[in-house]
Write a protein that binds this ligand. Structure first.
Ligand SMILES: Nc1ncnc2c1ncn2[C@@H]1O[C@H](COS(=O)(=O)NC(=O)[C@@H](N)CS)[C@@H](O)[C@H]1O
Ligand SMILES: [Zn+2]
Length: 475
């Protein structure tokens, strides 16, 4: 049995294991093993991410090992990562003359090669991405899918452009791709520009997608960085302009990790287990025959016919004909988040009918097997997606509140996200974070229509002109 989802930390820890997502028993801290079922979810989710990325990017694969000479070149970057890097110092028994970093992210692996790849403006824009594992020596509490030391599903995109504005346009493109991806997963988000002191090391600015987890803490589920020409200057990446000059490229990079799966599990799951949107569920439909003495034959015949029919439509269907009791079967497939369940008992066998129910609502429909068309099932899947999206949006909105003083904001933080006006000044920010004992997530890049507040107002702490910002405890 799972703990109630209201005990979120316990619930998440248990569901990861009981639903066979990741095996957390691997003997290295922060490293976990993908179970087959969890890996199927990852594959379906990342197939969608690749489909979205492939429209405008080329997929590549860069080496895992980065020489210290390259990793250390961009001063802000290495300052931000030096205490997170895993180093390889030996090849067999031999000490390496230059120690090699296990990539924490791939700017310093890629950009020396971009220098070789980019010659002329005709080579721009360059847009590549890779889905790799990266390593970060996280010292905060590690947690499967949320804070790993080996990030196994790190989608990192890296681009190069003729100038700052074109790079800025690409930031907009990246934000729109991330919106499409998270809307597809029915995961709601806030889009916030991180404060100066919390942007990506080496970036000009960072835009983050933050979702609100069931316990009111936020989780950064994607980031888009404008790098200006910071790395281009460090790695000497120049191109010949149309009128024969040479100019540094301007760059962006943007990343998503398996936190997208942590969010999928956490936002949609319930006390019974996973609740998976139809398109990313390893099992989309489970058929459960209800076998009564003397009627097994008819029930199994109809169940197999329905199974073949749905399989023929290309759905991922399971006919659970094990000899477990129906109750145990319901429990197992609810835990695995199967969106559509079909029950077939003697009555249905007699009338050539099926009883259909959906994982996210307690409603059963009886209908003739003829009515079980591909269109009907896809319509049910769409309706379910809309219900999941609506519910997740409502839950997030309930956790986001606007405050005009920090005491009340502090009260709310830990249960949700506090929104207030903040001037952006680092010193003032330190005071605000101190008073809230929570981080300032940044200012709204876009103020959602459901937050009724002006863009500007008086800073809640110092009274200077401020912008609408959010603060929360986060993963
Ligand atoms: N230890 C971690 N475990 C799981 N996901 C993580 C971890 N650290 C970061 N992430 C996720 O990875 C995303 C990208 O990481 S990042 O540092 O913000 N950005 C980069 O590394 C850029 N080079 C993007 S290409 C973050 O938004 C966050 O969602
Ligand atoms: Zn202020």
């Amino acid at each position: 049995m799972l703990p109630p989802k209201s005990n979120f930390s316990e619930w998440f820890h248990e569901i990861i294991q009981q639903a066979e997502i990741m095996d957390i028993r691997y003997p290295v801290k922060g490293l976990y093993v993908w179970f087959p079922f969890g890996f199927k979810i990852r594959r379906l989710v990342y197939d969608k991410l690749r489909e979205i990325m492939d429209r405008d990017h080329e997929e590549v694969y860069f080496p895992t090992l980065i020489p210290e000479t390259e990793l250390g070149k961009e001063s802000e970057h290495i300052k931000g990562f030096e205490d997170e890097v895993f180093w390889v110092t030996h090849g067999g028994l031999e000490k390496l003359d230059v120690k090699l970093a296990l990539r924490p992210t791939s700017e310093t692996a890629m950009y020396p090669m971009f220098k070789l790849w980019i010659r002329s403006h005709a080579d721009l824009p360059l847009r590549v991405y890779q889905i790799v594992n990266v390593f970060r020596y996280e010292t905060k509490h590690t947690r499967p899918l949320i804070r790993l030391r080996e990030i196994t599903s790190f989608k990192e995109a890296h681009t190069a452009h003729r100038n700052y504005e074109e790079a800025e346009e690409n930031v907009r493109l990246a934000v729109s791709l991330y919106k499409e991806f998270y809307d597809f997963l029915a995961i709601p988000y806030l889009i916030l520009r991180r404060p100066e002191w919390d942007k990506f090391p080496g970036a000009d600015y960072t835009i983050a997608f933050d979702t609100v987890m069931p316990d009111g803490r936020t989780m950064q589920i994607g980031t888009v960085h404008h790098l200006a020409d910071n790395f281009a200057k460090t790695f000497d990446i120049k191109y010949e302009t149309p009128d024969g000059d040479h100019a540094y490229v301007h760059q962006t990079c943007y990343g998503i990790s398996e936190r997208c799966i942590a969010a999928l599990i956490s936002i949609h799951g319930d006390d019974l287990g996973l609740v998976l949107p139809f398109e990313v569920s390893p099992v989309q439909i489970v058929i459960i025959p209800i076998l009564y003495k003397g009627k097994e034959e008819e029930v199994m015949d109809l169940s197999k016919r329905v199974y073949e029919k749905l399989k023929g439509y290309g759905f991922r269907v399971v006919l659970d004909d094990t000899d477990e009791r129906p109750g145990a079967k319901y429990y197992k497939w609810e835990l695995k988040g199967v969106p559509i369940r079909i029950e077939i008992g003697p009555k249905e066998a007699e009338r050539n009918e099926a009883v259909v129910s959906f994982r996210d609502e307690k409603v059963k429909k009886s209908l003739s097997v003829e009515e079980l068309s591909k269109e009907k099932i896809l319509e049910w899947a769409r309706e379910m997606k809309e219900r999941l999206k609506k519910k997740a949006e409502e839950e997030m909105r309930a956790k986001v509140r606007i405050f005009s003083n920090l005491e009340e904001a502090k009260e709310w933080i830990g249960k949700g996200v506090a929104v207030f006006y903040f001037c952006g000044d680092e010193k003032c920010g330190e005071e605000v974070e101190e008073k809230l004992s929570a981080g300032i997530l940044g200012k709204f890049e876009e103020i959602p229509e459901w937050i009724s507040a002006e863009e500007k107002g008086r800073c809640v702490n110092c009274g200077r002109e401020g912008f609408l910002c959010a603060a929360a405890k986060s993963y």
